[in-house]
Each structure stands twice: as structure tokens, then as C-alpha cells.
Design a protein around this ligand. Sequence first.
Ligand SMILES: *Cc1c(COP(=O)(O)O)cnc(C)c1O
Length: 369
Amino acid sequence: MDKRQITVTSPLLPPLEEFIPYLQEIWDSKWITNNGSFHKRLEQALSEYLDVPYISLFTNGTLPLITALQALRITGEVITTPYSFVATTHALWWNGIKPVFVDVDPVTGNLDPDKIEAAITPKTTAIMPVHVYGNPCDTARIKEIADTYGLKVIYDAAHAFGVEVNGESVLKAGDMSTLSFHATKVYNTIEGGALVMHSAEAKQHIDYLKNFGFAGETKVVAPGINSKMDEVRAAYGLLNLKQVDTAIERRKHVAQMYRSELSKVPGIRCFEDIPSVRHNYAYFPIFVDEKEYGMTRDALYFKMQEKGVYGRRYFYPLISDFSTYRGLESARAENLPNARKLADSVICLPMFATLSDEEVGRVLESVVK
Ligand SMILES: *Cc1c(COP(=O)(O)O)cnc(C)c1O
């Protein structure tokens, strides 16, 4: 049996020989952080690539969530999804905001718009959905609800780098959207992230907030934080941006290989591509129907590991099951049946640009009995 490990992800790395001259440039300039030349170049390049006029770079993907909530002065209660990475809800907690969990759509894994209204109270000020796995949320319905009730919308778009619907970036939806450029994401700057907003004024304010609130040498306009991206990561990010389209193409090929085999396996469900969407193939989740497949999710998960295939149970447990949140009224199991079902049946298969066809074959063998 082949024991070479196949991990769930592997970072997209720029060619080292192209990185070294950039490092030389940074060393020569001695300007290593604080809106340097690579920071400016990466902001501009991402603004063009993502087709969003206003974007601000951050040091990771959690601080833009925390900062967006500060900038929009969100308080009280915020409606969000339990089916995500913990950072989504932690950002609310760090702002003293009470998360209100609403169940997800069983097909897409995203916040179910039909269930949002029932969770709105006089204390609700915003909705914070996640485009989970890069699946676009129903942004039109969410906007309609937000407009009706006077709520802000902040999208956690950590998974949605480069995702478009009908040729439009999903980052255009809502008041603001956040991105993560963590090593495990489709596009990475090692650690990094960004906040997308829709006016020059909003960008200016965010740029102040991510630099302690400084609006000039002696002027501090808000209790800001430090979440600036440094020059080394910005330079690395500029190089990775050049190869991200090729990486997404390769991920698409892997997804197609997975789908064509797994569609024949009873009890294994995968997402299908939506024709109007440019997907980024950030993750490849499969959902195991215990009865039909003849094995529990966890049994399959460990069986795969015996064959050297290290999937991950993203997103299990639900955020609402962690100690910080499980006492909340909205965390009750009866409130979140669809999210629970996804969390209890999911395994994300290995998905990254340097995964070989042979490795894809080994992953498939570990799932197909
Ligand atoms: C990765 C991720 C984050 C956090 O990003 P970091 O860059 O790791 O801080 C936030 N939300 C979601 C949904 C994520 O997957």
C-alpha cells in the first residue's frame, strides 16, 4: 500500500528565483512596511484582477472582519452562519457583538435567506454571510432583506477569491467583503488578507483604521489597529497573482476528475458547477450519506488516512458547538438542522494546484470501494 501522504492542501508558491530580485529591491530601498512600493503595486494589481475599485490589504483575513465591523459601527446582534471557519464568529465576539446563528441551505451550505427574517430583532444591525467553499450566496435576496430592515451586510469572502456571477465579482455585493490570503487559500501571501469596499471615502477610513487610526503625522481619528501588510509578503503576493489563473485551471481539472468518478458512487454527494458562476475550486467537499454509502463519515475519513489520504472535516464541528457559543439561544440543535447535517457528513478531499493525476487517482481509490 502506498503510504506517501497526500494532504488536503499545499500552498501555491512563487518561483524562488523570481522572488530573490524582489527581495533585493526591498533590501535596497530599506522600506519594509507601511504602504511601501510593493504594497501599492499589489493593491493596484488586485484591484484590477478582482475588478473592484477599492481594496485595502491586511496582514491576515481575520482583521478585515474585525475592522469592517468597527468601521461600519456594528453593534448589538449580527445574523451569521454556523457553517464556516471560526474566525467569522470570533470577529463578532471581539467587537462585543452577539452572533445570531441562522441555518444554511442544504444544497449550497450558505446562509438560507428564507430563515433570516425570523431571526431579526430590534438589536439586529447587520448580516454577516460567508460564501462557503466559494459558493456564491444569494446576494440579491440578502440585499433585499438588508434594505427592508436597514441592516448592513459584510460578506466573509475568504473562500471566494476570483469568484464571479454572470461576469461580476461577488466582492461587489454587500457594504464590504473580506478576503483571506492565508497559505491554505486559492491565492496566498503566506499570511494576508484584504477588505473590499465601495467608495474612496470608505477606503480612506479603512486605511486609517488599519494603521492605528493615523490620518497624518500627528492626527489620530479613530481607535485603530495595526493590520498592515509588509513589503515582503506584498512582493510574494505580486508573484503569486501571476500564476493564480493557471492554478485555478488545474484545480478545475482536479474537480472534474473527482466528479466524474464520484458521481457513480452511491451515497457520495459533491457540488456541481453552476453555469453562470466562475468557480475558483477552493475546496472539494464531499458529503457522505451513511446508509447509502454503507459507512459513517468518520469511518471513511479514517479509512482514507490508512491509505495516506488526509482529507479534512471542514466545517466540523459547527461554530455554534464551540464552548464560546454553545450557550446561545440560536445555537440550539433544532435551530440548525441543515448545518448540522452538512457538518456531520462532510470531508474535504485534497485540492491544490500541484496535485498530480496519479495522486487524484489515489484519493479516488480511497473513497471508491
Ligand atoms: C481562512 C478564513 C478566515 C480567516 O483568515 P485568516 O487569513 O486565516 O485570518 C476567515 N473566514 C473564513 C471563512 C476562512 O476560511
